[in-house]
Design a protein around this ligand. Structure first.
Ligand code: PBG
Length: 324
């Protein structure tokens, strides 16, 4: 009696393993988050995100040039807004000469073909550090959607290719899509953070932008991490409202959600490997407890395996360097 099927035959050498490999990572997979600050000649390392920086507009140019030369062709912009420009309504978010609007133009000047996506939410602009307008301690939905739509239009006017609403208000995709259509920005895309959970993994990001909520938490708008079925509902609604790409966030602890959504939708699916995920690996690697590059690749492949078409990740440059 002989065994007729031996699965290990397909694992004997790297040549056969690479021939039958189901998933790979390339520079085309990535969206690169970029943090922009006011000032000149600023490149500040974010304390809880070793190797990741905030750039002023002048130095942003060099970073964008480098990304483009590395084959990284899509960026996701975030801005750090000075306290004196913050209020409850996110007024500064609509300033045509605001930092985000200038950052969009800066990237497009340096690399016209770089795909520019922008974060749309009020938290970096909010004196309360919340993603929407606060009234009596509650984040009010519909007036927030109106501001988010105007903010998206302002980004589109400045040259953004996609807006990426990360706020989780109900109906914001529809508000944004309708205003963009009405103003003839028919080709401006929307990447919706459609299944975004209220997560402890965002801690380092809030340090990066000084955007931690001033009171309470984000549980009245971001999703409860105990829920799975709800993620598909949220996502299908966003697609009906006009989202071109949908997203799951955070990444590694939410691979079940990623697979559910990939199976349920017919649009590209993105995942955001968030700041806390980056910080955990950097810290463990610094201690010598984990092999940085091995774990980085294993986690990224896990996203592809779970169904991601697109990965927003702070590791993008590390990966391209490793791939050589
Ligand atoms: C803002 C926003 C957050 C992130 C992306 N956009 C923070 C939050 O919702 O509190 C988190 C990104 C990360 O942790 O890397 N709405």
């Amino acid at each position: 009696m002989h065994q007729l099927r031996r699965n290990r035959r397909l694992r004997t050498t790297e040549s056969i393993r690479s021939l039958v490999r189901e998933h790979t990572i390339t520079p085309n997979d990535f969206l690169v988050p970029l943090f922009v600050v006011e000032g000149k000649n600023v490149k500040e390392e974010i304390a809880s995100m070793p190797g990741y920086y905030r750039y002023s507009l002048d130095l942003l140019k060099d970073e964008v040039k480098e990304l483009w030369a590395m084959g990284l062709k899509a960026v996701l912009l975030f801005v750090k807004v000075p306290d004196n420009l913050k209020d409850n309504k996110g007024t500064e978010a609509l300033n045509p000469e605001g930092l985000m609007q200038l950052a969009i133009k800066t990237v497009k000047d340096i690399a016209p073909e770089m795909l520019v996506m922008t974060d749309v939410a009020l938290d970096p602009y909010s004196s309360y550090g919340h993603d929407g307008i606060v009234e009596d301690g509650y984040i009010i939905n519909d007036p927030t959607c109106e501001v988010l739509a105007k903010m998206s239009l302002s980004h589109a006017r400045a040259g953004a290719d996609f807006v990426a609403p990360s706020d989780m208000m109900d109906g914001r995709i529809l508000s944004i899509r309708e205003l963009l259509e009405a103003e003839n920005y028919k080709n401006t895309g929307i990447m919706s953070y459609s299944a975004k959970y209220a997560s402890g993994f965002y801690g380092p990001f809030r340090d990066a932008l000084d955007s931690a909520p001033g009171f309470g938490d984000k549980k009245t708008y971001q999703m409860d991490f105990a829920n799975r079925d709800e993620a598909v509902k949220e996502t299908l609604m966003d697609i009906d409202e006009g989202a071109d790409i949908v997203m799951v966030k955070p990444g590694l602890a939410y691979l079940d959600i990623l697979r559910d959504i990939r199976d349920a939708v017919d649009v590209p699916v993105a995942v955001y490997q968030v700041s806390g995920e980056y910080a955990m690996l950097k810290a463990a690697a610094e201690k010598g407890w984990l092999d940085h590059d091995a774990i980085m690749m294993e986690q990224l492949i896990a996203f592809k395996r779970a169904g991601a078409h697109i990965i927003a990740s702070y590791f993008a440059k590390d990966v391209v360097r490793l791939l050589g």
